[in-house]
Design a protein around this ligand. Structure first.
Ligand SMILES: Cc1cc2nc3c(=O)[nH]c(=O)nc-3n(C[C@H](O)[C@H](O)[C@H](O)COP(=O)(O)OP(=O)(O)OC[C@H]3O[C@@H](n4cnc5c(N)ncnc54)[C@H](O)[C@@H]3O)c2cc1C
Length: 414
């Protein structure tokens, strides 16, 4: 019997591992609990808006090298759309002021010396404080390393770090913030181009991966939830799916690419992050006006990012736990009022949907970051993957895909 690698979970971590192992000629079976792939990064047909939408708007940056490599491998790199240079449009809702942050392409950040490129109301010297995050100790919060007030913080660092860490930045891990800055801003504008799956996450990052696996005879079993594992000394001996079970033979291996709370419930003795933060998305079925940029950062409002898609405007609110219990109608109305004012639209709310992902990411505090395990476990045929494993990055697509590649590499060597 050829060796089989069982991958549990068809989120991006599991898919990235499957794609990588299949490329190396390994036999792979992916087991997914639900009836679709993508996990927290998925598209679905929504009856309320009457169109296919994403569970949440997802932004990649051109410096996300593992994510881009994955997109190239599955033949979807051209579906990630962004401007030729790193530009970010912003709007201060309170001051009714607009600006566009424009990085220069190279690593020397001369954009900070140009008032037409940097944040209005800031000075070049302000930006030097960002470098402190690059060498921050692992147990420090952002608020212990840089000043979390002032124009640069409110207009650049806060929105950037809130989106990247999905937590109030002052409480967020300075080391994770430093990692984001090291791989993006510190690399220059070429690493900061915003990239969006303009035609949907499913058709960009998920379906092409499923096609890739199908063409290489890797099986993906939907509705196949792992209920438990049979442990035998230093290995996993069997996978229990309730209706059926699989005995592992020879050097069969398992990559567990499920959320941290599922991992902890399936395998005893693995420490995982245990606190989470929500992300709220609002989707409105309306044609975005021409003057609305594809992506707009908003400060001093509930709305944080506005995305213009064909036939739809979508809003993202990070660390949205405070909005979890707000009645859906009232939340949609209040977000729409802001969107209408920003985009110059009438007050009649179009068809809408609110998607609240309660456990969108682990809480990126220094304490929770310290609970992230590495990929190897005490079981020689079990490897962990997922955006929450210790990739050194916050819980992002890049972290999920890197963890999947790492798990595939470990399994491929064993
Ligand atoms: C609303 C929202 C917005 C986001 N925005 C961004 C963004 O702008 N940029 C960015 O980089 N990241 C963003 N993220 C984070 C990104 O989506 C995640 O980091 C990434 O999708 C995590 O992938 P994963 O494979 O690690 O986990 P998951 O996507 O959680 O995948 C785990 C999979 O395992 C399956 N599963 C669970 N239990 C079992 C079981 N017992 N048996 C079998 N299968 C099981 C699940 O159904 C799921 O398919 C966002 C997340 C959310 C929710």
């Amino acid at each position: 019997m050829p060796r089989i690698v069982h991958i549990i979970g068809a989120g991006l971590a599991g898919l990235a591992a499957a794609v990588e192992l299949t490329t190396r000629g390994q036999t792979v079976v992916v087991h997914e609990a639900t009836n679709s792939a993508g996990g927290r990064c998925r598209s679905y047909y929504d009856n309320s808006v009457g169109m296919t939408i994403d569970n949440g708007n997802h932004l990649l940056l051109s410096g996300n090298r593992a994510a881009l490599a994955y997109a190239r491998t599955i033949g979807a790199a051209d579906r990630l759309i962004g401007p030729p240079h790193a530009e970010f449009a912003f709007f201060d809702f309170a001051a009714r002021e607009k600006w566009t942050l424009r990085f220069n392409d190279g690593r020397v950040p001369w954009w900070i010396f140009d008032p037409r490129r940097r944040v209005p109301g800031t000075h070049a010297l302000d930006y030097f404080s960002i470098a402190r995050l690059l060498w921050a100790p692992r147990d420090h919060a952002v608020g212990e390393v840089i000043r979390f007030s002032g124009t640069l913080y409110e207009r650049l660092l806060r929105p950037l770090l809130l989106a990247a860490l999905n937590i109030d930045p002052a409480a967020g891990s300075a080391a994770l913030a430093g990692a984001v800055i090291r791989e993006t801003i510190a690399m220059g504008g070429r690493a900061c181009r915003p990239l969006i799956a303009r035609n949907g996450l499913g058709s960009t990052l998920i379906d092409p991966a499923l096609d890739f696996l199908d063409e290489r005879d890797a099986r993906v079993l939907f509705g196949h939830q792992l209920h438990g594992v049979r442990l035998e000394q230093d290995r996993i001996a069997a996978l229990d799916f309730g209706k059926d079970s699989i005995n592992l033979t020879g050097d069969d291996a398992v990559i567990l690419a499920v959320p941290p709370y599922v991992t902890a419930s399936l395998v005893p003795g693995i420490e995982t992050p245990s606190e989470f933060r929500a992300i709220v998305n609002a989707h409105f079925r309306v044609d975005p006006p021409n003057q609305l940029p594809p992506m707009l950062g908003v400060i001093n409002a509930t709305t944080e990012w506005v995305f213009a898609f064909p036939g739809r405007i979508s809003v993202t609110i990070s660390a949205g736990d405070r909005l979890i219990d707000t009645p859906r109608d009232a939340l949609a109305q209040s977000i729409w009022r802001e969107v209408a004012a920003i985009a110059g639209l009438g007050s009649d709310m179009p068809r809408w949907q609110i998607v609240r992902e309660r456990r969108a990411t682990f809480a990126a505090t220094p304490e929770q970051d310290a609970r992230r395990p590495g990929p190897r476990t005490r079981y020689r045929n079990l490897v962990l993957a997922g955006d929450w494993t210790n990739t050194g990055l916050p819980a992002t697509i890049e972290s999920a895909i890197r963890s999947g590649h790492r798990a595939a590499q470990i399994v491929g060597q064993s």
